[in-house]
Design a protein around this ligand. Structure first.
Ligand SMILES: *Cc1c(COP(=O)(O)O)cnc(C)c1O
Length: 378
């Protein structure tokens, strides 16, 4: 599609086939383990683990959002972790080195163990500043998560990519938190844009999916081959639901961003709230940098309440915000991140994902829950 159109126009049309008389706008899920295939087994559709027409349409749609007007290749996966693993395990060999963020997604330590078991050297450093660059020497792949989950730190992706590429290091960006509407890693120079589409990309909290987009055809072919080898394929129904959900991506993300900023402003006024992070809040340490590389600031914020009990009272008191993990959905959610034990965060640390509710209702609910959590006689 034309690179000059707006995000909303692009989202509602992304990946749709040319109109065919009497056919639906978005063809339904292609439920097929195999396809009619007389004669020579040439593509495009042969066996359901290799290819599926519903994947093709969604991959085209995501590609248009990741890099409008550019020839990129997208591969969809059964989950975000399937997509993450596809990049790591198709790129790295025994003896290679990879640099991962030390404050990234909570499954990365598990991935680290697996990579090390296969003879890959894993180095870690925090997302903020240049820390990852200081351990880059001799690496094959740099893994960036910006904004990071759950700490919402931001690094200068263009600069990281420039330094990495000078040293022949590939760069992957986990773009889950931002979605392509808020940040386009390939336009910042990254080799891979990777995401869990379980979160904001599909936004309804009812399916798991992931994708990898790259410009380089050889890298894309390795990723695609990995999907076939491990069989980490999305079901046609999930694929179709994801494509359907993309039509409202801009509406959801825009409202989530408005709501997140309103909540961040309200939270910043509260004495019991510390460590507030939202890259779109002008007083946030990442605000200027995020503004240079992000197109929107996303719907997730984090902050710290005085202790575990206080945080749990707050979560219990919320009515419009579900106590649930994950983020990016149309219904606001929040959780005390420390309950998982994996992240290095204080006991009262809360990650809050702003949904698509009316802003005044959501802010009022959070402020009321804060008052209740602070207790009587305040
Ligand atoms: C959720 C998440 C993943 C994993 O995605 P799944 O769809 O749960 O497999 C990877 N990276 C980030 C940043 C995430 O938030």
């Amino acid at each position: 599609m034309d690179a000059g159109i707006g995000d909303g126009t692009r989202a509602v049309r992304a990946g749709l086939p040319e109109p065919v008389k009497y056919e639906p706008t978005l063809p339904g899920p292609a439920f097929a383990a195999h396809f009619h295939l007389p004669g020579e087994p040439t593509g495009p559709y042969t066996y359901g683990r290799d290819t599926n027409p519903s994947w093709t349409l969604l991959e085209r749609a995501i590609g248009e959002l990741e890099a409008p007007g550019e020839p990129v290749e997208t591969t969809v996966f059964a989950s975000g972790m399937a997509a993450v693993s596809a990049v790591l395990f198709s790129t790295l060999r025994a003896g290679d080195t990879v640099v991962l963020p030390s404050d990234g997604y909570q499954a990365l330590p598990l991935v680290r163990d697996q990579l090390e078991a296969y003879g890959v050297e894993v180095r870690t450093a925090p997302t903020g500043g240049d820390a990852q660059l200081s351990v880059l020497e001799g690496a094959r792949l740099l893994w960036i998560e910006s904004p990071s989950n759950p700490g919402l730190d931001v690094c200068d992706i263009r600069r990281m990519v420039r330094v990495a590429h000078e040293q022949g290091v590939l760069v992957a960006v986990d773009n889950t938190l931002a979605t392509p509407l808020a940040q386009r890693p390939l336009s910042l120079g990254a080799d891979f844009s990777v995401a869990s589409d379980t979160k904001g990309m599909t936004g309804h909290g009812d399916l798991l999916l992931g994708h990898v987009t790259c410009r380089d055809a050889a890298l894309a072919a390795d990723v695609r081959r990995w999907r076939k080898v491990v069989g980490a394929i999305p079901g046609p129904m999930e694929t179709w639901l994801a494509h359907r959900s993309l039509a409202t991506l801009h509406l959801r993300i825009d409202r989530q961003c408005v709501n997140a900023l309103a909540l961040a402003r309200a939270l910043s006024e509260r004495a019991e709230v510390t460590g507030l992070r939202y890259p779109g809040l002008p007083t946030d340490p990442s605000y200027t940098l995020a503004g240079r590389q992000m197109r929107r600031y996303g719907g997730v914020l984090s902050f710290v309440l005085p202790d575990r009990d206080h945080a749990e009272r707050f979560l219990d008191a919320l009515r419009l915000v579900d106590d649930a993990t994950s983020f990016g959905g149309v219904r606001s959610s929040a959780e005390r991140r420390g309950r998982w034990g994996g992240d290095a965060v204080p006991e009262g640390f809360i990650r809050l994902s702003a949904g698509a509710e009316d802003t005044e209702d959501l802010v009022a609910d959070v402020l009321r829950a804060l008052d209740e959590a602070a207790g009587p006689g305040r």
